[in-house]
Each structure stands twice: as structure tokens, then as C-alpha cells.
Design a protein around this ligand. Structure first.
Ligand code: C5P
Length: 319
């Protein structure tokens, strides 16, 4: 059985009623992988009356990330491997659960024990909290027996954060509005080196640093054409992030990280989203791994592939 595009691996493994000997009890514990994103291209069109900024951006799912575990329980409870990540209403996973209970009467008062294995850095511009929230909606809908359409997931996601709806699409997507108006495009098979300077950035602060006059690089159409070519050098030449100049002016560690990646030989490097992570486009997997493994990086470095929509889909699996 397939639930509106959000395939549940457990549901493919149901016992065959024609062969009672193959029966095994249904799993009670589930997990879901939470691959984060980068912004390959981010142009700020204007500041809106509601305080948000109108964007033209290209979201790209990347490998790795958090894992969210969950099982049914009487109460709602969240634990996290990272002691610095709050486990209450300040956590988007917890807020996703409360939102689902508030919006769907059949979920009111339902409980679950959730455990978040945190690997994606916070305040990094990788949507780590946002993908956790999207995954929580999918996992809890499964646990609580709710059937939600893609539109319902996207609408709930947009309440939780501007980039949450992207994670129900995954892969590569152009985004407009405040980040929630999405158009999927094919994924270029690129390898990245990611570098996190020892600093986190507040998203509202990053947007406040935006200065239109500091942002003059290329147009979205040109970037999309280069992405379609799949040529890492052509893509790397056209990266854009209008949040970068303002953030870098206040956070020199990010400039140093970008400079380090460039001197290591990546084809092009940019900050992702509101920072602080900087990514470089490598020639291939071998170069990405080699650069990430070099000692002396000003921060934590790792290699990751760009994922297509299938590889980044939020799929519930038995734990
Ligand atoms: O939607 P989200 O909670 O991720 O946004 C966090 C903050 O980032 C917003 O309160 C706003 O200050 C800023 N933001 C923005 N324009 C966007 C997205 C976020 O100004 N398109």
C-alpha cells in the first residue's frame, strides 16, 4: 500500500494472509532518515510587508543527516542525543506533533515516544530542524493512522517553517514565495565538501543583514540551465547566495571557511541558506572525500552527495 507518495516500508512487509506460517507481529518501533539541504542558488527578490523575504532559490537535498525514531505511547515525549538541542516546544519535532494533534481531531491526545539522533548542525543553514519537523509529521501520521495528502503535509510544514515544505518534495527544487512554492527539477549528480565553522547563525539576524546593492550575480534561468548540464564546473561558476555578503561581514569565520575550501581546489564555494555551513562543489566523489579528510580545516568538514527525490524521500521504516 502507498500513502499519497509517502511510502511506508513496513506496509510493504505485511504478512501474507494466504500463508499463515509467514505471519510475524507488526513492528511497533519505526525510524525515518532526515537528509538536510543546501541552497545552490539564493536570490532575495524583496522584503515583504509581513517581514519575510520573497526568494528565488534552488534547494538541494544532501546525504547524511539525523534519524528520528518513534513508537506509540500514552504521552508525547521527545529525547535527543544532543544535550544542547531542546526537547520541548522549542524543538520543531515537538511543535510538529502538537500541530498534528491540534489540526486533526482523531490525533488529539495521541502520544508517542520520539528519539532524535542529531547529526546535522543547528544554526547551519542546512534546514536540520526543518527536515526533522517534516519527518515527524510523516512518522506521527503513520503511528496515529492518519492519511494526509501531499498538500496537507505541505500546508502543515509551512506553518512550522518556510523551508519545511521542501522536504516533502526533496531532491532538487526551485522555490519561490518565502520558500514554500516549489517546482521540482532533475538532480545533477554532484559531490560536495561541507564545512561548518565553529559558529552558528540566527536566521532572522541573517535576513536583517541583507543589502540589495551587495548582490549582483547571475539570474536563476542561467543557473538552472547550468544545473541541467550536470557539469560540476559550470554549476560551481554560477552559485549565488544573497545572504552571504551581509552574514560574512559580521561572521569572519565563514569567509575563512569559504577561502579554505577554495584553496583546497573545489570548483566553487558558497555559504548555504543563512549559514554558517559553507559548501564546495568537488570534481567528483574522490576529490570531495580527499578534501574533507584533510586536517587543518577551520571547522568540521565532511563529504556528501546531492540526493535526488527518491533517495531523499521521507520513508518510514521499522526500527
Ligand atoms: O520560516 P522560518 O521560521 O524558517 O523563518 C525564520 C525567520 O527567517 C523569519 O522569522 C524571518 O525573519 C526570516 N525569513 C525571511 N524570509 C524568508 C524566510 C525566513 O525573512 N523567506
Amino acid at each position: 500500500m502507498k500513502r499519497d507518495g509517502y511510502q511506508t516500508a513496513a506496509q510493504n512487509d505485511e504478512a501474507d494472509p494466504a500463508h499463515p506460517s509467514s505471519f510475524s507481529p507488526p513492528p511497533s518501533s519505526f525510524q525515518i532518515a532526515c537528509p538536510p539541504k543546501i541552497n545552490l542558488y539564493l536570490r532575495i527578490v524583496r522584503r515583504r510587508e509581513d517581514g519575510f523575504h520573497e526568494l528565488e532559490t534552488v534547494f538541494q537535498s544532501v546525504g547524511g543527516g539525523d534519524t528520528l525514531h518513534g513508537q506509540l505511547a500514552n504521552e508525547l515525549a521527545l529525547t535527543c542525543t544532543d544535550p544542547d538541542v531542546p526537547s520541548d516546544e522549542r524543538n520543531l519535532v515537538y511543535r510538529a506533533a502538537l500541530l498534528l494533534r491540534e489540526r486533526y481531531p482523531e490525533a488529539a491526545n495521541r502520544g508517542a515516544t520520539l528519539h532524535l539522533v542529531k547529526r546535522t548542525p543547528s544554526g547551519a543553514g542546512m534546514g536540520g530542524g526543518s527536515v526533522d519537523a517534516a519527518a515527524a509529521l510523516v512518522l506521527l501520521a503513520h503511528l496515529w493512522g492518519l492519511t494526509l495528502s501531499p498538500t496537507e503535509f505541505a500546508d502543515l510544514g509551512a506553518v512550522l517553517g518556510s523551508d519545511v515544505p521542501f522536504f516533502f518534495v526533496g531532491g532538487t527544487a526551485l522555490a519561490g514565495g518565502r520558500g514554500e512554492v516549489l517546482t521540482p527539477v532533475p538532480t545533477a549528480p554532484l559531490w560536495l565538501v561541507l564545512l561548518r565553522p565553529d559558529v552558528s547563525v540566527s536566521t532572522p539576524w541573517a535576513f536583517r543583514q541583507w543589502r540589495a546593492e551587495a548582490c549582483t550575480s547571475g539570474e536563476l534561468d542561467e543557473f538552472v540551465q547550468r544545473l541541467a548540464s550536470g557539469d560540476p564546473a559550470r554549476v560551481a561558476d554560477a552559485l549565488r547566495n544573497d545572504l552571504e555578503p551581509g552574514v560574512i561581514a559580521g561572521v569572519p569565520e565563514i569567509a575563512a571557511a569559504r577561502e579554505w575550501l577554495t584553496t583546497q581546489g573545489v570548483l566553487g564555494a558558497r555559504m548555504t541558506g543563512s549559514g554558517s555551513v559553507v559548501f564546495g562543489i568537488a570534481r567528483d566523489e574522490a576529490q570531495a572525500r580527499e578534501i574533507a579528510g584533510r586536517a587543518g580545516a577551520p571547522g568540521r568538514a565532511w563529504a556528501a552527495p546531492c540526493l535526488n527525490a527518491q533517495a531523499s524521500a521521507l520513508v518510514v521504516r521499522p526500527s
